[in-house]
Design a protein around this ligand. Structure first.
Ligand SMILES: C[S@@+](CC[C@H](N)C(=O)[O-])C[C@H]1O[C@@H](n2cnc3c(N)ncnc32)[C@H](O)[C@@H]1O
Length: 222
């Protein structure tokens, strides 16, 4: 196991024992001191599943209001911004947000240190496209329903939600971070007025070990 993943397990276990399920992200980013190798998910590049979707669907993002959830070091937000979208990207870690500003000093992205669970009320129903990549899977089962509700509620009428996450069947083990999601868990998005318009279940062979991933697109019909 890499050093960064070992540290992630140490920090998250200690935080969980205190009933704190998200505070460890900031500690991990702060301890990294600008070294992205210390952040297990930071590959300093845009997510390939996102690029493939945007290109295959030939999306026109010009002037769309886009929200990137748990934006980490900002690569996905920058990609969407360069395609003409008006991007807001948030992460609960202030260090991660400062890092985005440092990496992209002339960025057009509106980066904000915001906790998903206490996001500004004016974000509700306000984004044409919401991007959720690998945030929900980094949260334990007891707070995921709330996370799903918060994310689904950001989507404006006629807007879309794009999700990429690890996937599993209900009987599969789910012991370690990142926690893969089941289709049933994801179905909760439909309670926020979203309709699933595509669901892909694939094995990602580009990872160090083959990893099952779900890529889902939802639409908020009005
Ligand atoms: C596994 S990382 C994925 C980061 C990025 N989306 C990527 O694909 O590289 C999960 C991110 O979500 C952020 N996060 C976790 N809980 C959050 C919350 N409640 N509100 C906002 N961001 C959160 C973490 O700080 C971390 O940057």
């Amino acid at each position: 196991m890499t050093k960064s993943r070992t540290r992630l397990y140490e920090l998250s276990a200690a935080a969980y024992a205190n009933g704190d399920y998200t505070g460890w992200f900031e500690t991990l980013y702060a301890e990294a001191q600008g070294n992205s190798n210390a952040i297990p998910w930071a590959d300093r590049g845009v997510n390939g599943w996102l690029v493939n979707w945007v290109e295959t669907a030939q999306l026109n993002l010009q002037n769309l209001r886009v929200l990137v959830v748990g934006c980490g070091l900002g690569d996905d937000a920058e990609y969407l911004s360069k395609l003409g979208a008006k991007v807001t990207a948030f992460d609960l870690s202030q260090t991660a947000i400062d890092w985005c500003h440092h990496r992209f000093p002339t960025s057009q992205v509106n980066y904000q240190a915001v906790d998903l669970f206490t996001a500004p009320t004016e974000w509700k129903l306000s984004f044409d496209l919401v991007i959720e990549i690998y945030t929900i899977q980094a949260l334990p089962a007891n707070i995921r329903p709330n996370a799903i509700d918060c994310i689904g509620n950001f989507v404006a009428p006629n807007g879309k939600l794009f999700v990429v996450c690890r996937g599993r069947d209900p009987e599969d083990a789910c012991d370690n971070l990142p926690f893969p999601l089941t289709k049933d868990e994801l179905n909760r998005f439909t309670d926020t007025g979203l309709t699933q318009i595509s669901f892909e279940d694939s094995i990602d062979t580009l990872d160090t070990t083959p990893t099952r991933r779900f890529r889902i697109v939802y639409l908020k019909f009005v």
